[in-house]
Design a protein around this ligand. Structure first.
Ligand code: NIG
Ligand code: FE
Length: 414
């Protein structure tokens, strides 16, 4: 398969291989751009790109796609989703609008436990069908790859069901997917915290990992949920099996989740809506000693729960990298729209256009350990691409708060 995209208004990418580490601080503000460009894709990978003046003449063996006025961008990597769920939580939405808080609803037995009851009752085939439809929806707004968490199971069998749905979706559609065992998400009713953690870490994790269902583990480290010590225990057990940790930390309170994640060598620390000066400093220290955990902001969650936005500006100004993900889930972020997340990052988190794009692409790929083959347009990378409608400046994508001006999302060039 040899495809040549020609007459592009421009491509956010580089003809040279610029490496693939995280983009930190000021590096995020200006991504490489080639105006009036062509891009060649061979067998699903970027083979070459450059200015039209250097574009080879039409020759046999190439499928030529003229793209006058269109921009090509790296596709968005969604590093944090809960896309397997049985039903929306609209009743809780109404309750919140009547004045109840996310915590009130959880304390009354709703929230994650509500989603767990729905998962228990759902057929695997129905969950799979819903996931496939949601992946199509996500793709329409630029998503080319997604991490998907379990965590609404809360029993071994239901967690297995959720993870198997991800595994089957991988076989049925082209988008690369990662399955995360969100081992410690909520304490089931009447369960004892210490006993539950022990069961999950010592019994469920080995069982699911032995079935080949787990790419990452995750934990909701938060007051009233799980403690930093639980995070460390989970991370240590996972590390023995070569499985990295991603962690939900600092969504509502700062309780030491960042420090525990750093100590445990986490791949990413996600949420961070509440970030103290000490938390920021500890992240800076971690990154000063090499690759720390990728900070991941989830602006749809801030919008939907009306909680603070992750201080992305402060993180970047401190020289740190930042990724952005959807957190798509029925309780706190019912949207997979990363184009809109880019818009929220610009309008609410004060990120520059390229900072938002870097957070959704190169740095998002780092958050799932995929930076070696996606997140940038340069020779050798997988051809996971966004083609915009014709526009003068790709900043139109985040400029429009709700209009989607993405024309096509290509996975392996298709
Ligand atoms: O990332 N914070 C924990 N987990 C999800 C929401 C869970 C839910 O309410 O269903 C999140 O926001
Ligand atoms: Fe989440």
């Amino acid at each position: 398969m040899r495809i040549r995209f020609t007459e592009l208004a421009g491509v956010v990418g580089s003809a040279q291989n610029l490496g693939h580490g995280p983009l930190c601080g000021a590096e995020m503000a200006s991504l490489p751009v080639i105006h009036d460009a062509f891009v060649e894709v061979v067998d699903g990978r970027i083979a070459a790109l450059g200015p039209m003046a250097a574009c080879p003449d039409a020759d046999a063996g190439w499928e030529v796609r003229r793209c006058p006025g269109q921009w090509m961008l790296p596709g968005f990597v969604d590093s944090h989703t809960h896309l397997v769920y049985a039903a929306p939580r609209v009743t809780e939405f109404r309750m919140r609008l009547d004045g109840a808080s996310y915590h009130d609803i959880a304390a009354a037995g709703g929230g994650i436990l509500n989603s767990a009851a729905a998962i228990a009752a759902a057929e695997e085939s129905a969950l799979l069908e819903a996931l496939l439809a949601r992946l199509e929806t996500a793709r329409s707004t630029g998503t080319v790859a997604a991490e998907i968490k379990s965590g609404y199971g809360l029993t071994l069998e239901a967690e297995r069901k959720m993870l198997r749905v991800v595994q089957r979706a991988r076989e049925l559609q082209p988008m690369p997917l990662w399955a995360t065992f969100l081992a410690l998400h909520a304490l089931p009713k009447a369960a004892n915290l210490d006993d539950f953690v022990a069961t999950v870490v010592d019994r469920w994790l080995p069982a699911l990992a032995d079935d080949g269902l787990v790419d990452f583990v995750d934990v909701f480290c938060e007051a009233n949920y799980f403690r930093p010590s639980d995070l460390v225990r989970l991370a240590e057990a996972a590390a023995k099996r070569g499985i990295p940790l991603k962690a939900h930390v600092n969504q509502f309170q700062s309780i030491g989740g960042i420090q525990a994640s750093v100590a445990a060598g986490a791949r990413s620390v996600d949420h961070l809506e509440v970030l103290t000066d000490a938390d920021l400093q500890d992240l800076q220290t971690a990154w000063a000693h090499g690759d720390g955990p990728m900070p991941v902001a989830l602006p749809h969650c801030s919008l939907f729960l009306n909680i603070p936005y992750t201080p992305g500006r402060a993180l970047i100004d401190a020289g740190l990298p930042l990724a952005i993900a959807s957190d798509c889930n029925p309780g706190s972020a019912p949207s997979s729209d990363l184009r809109m997340a880019w818009s929220l990052a610009a309008h609410q988190m004060k990120l520059r256009v390229d900072e938002g794009l870097a957070a959704l692409t190169a740095n998002a790929a780092c958050a799932v350990g995929a930076e070696g083959h996606m997140g940038r347009i340069q020779p050798g990378m997988d051809a996971h691409l966004i083609l915009t409608q014709p526009m003068a400046d790709y900043a139109e994508l985040p400029y429009f708060t709700s209009e989607n001006r993405i024309a096509q999302t290509l996975i392996y060039g298709r």
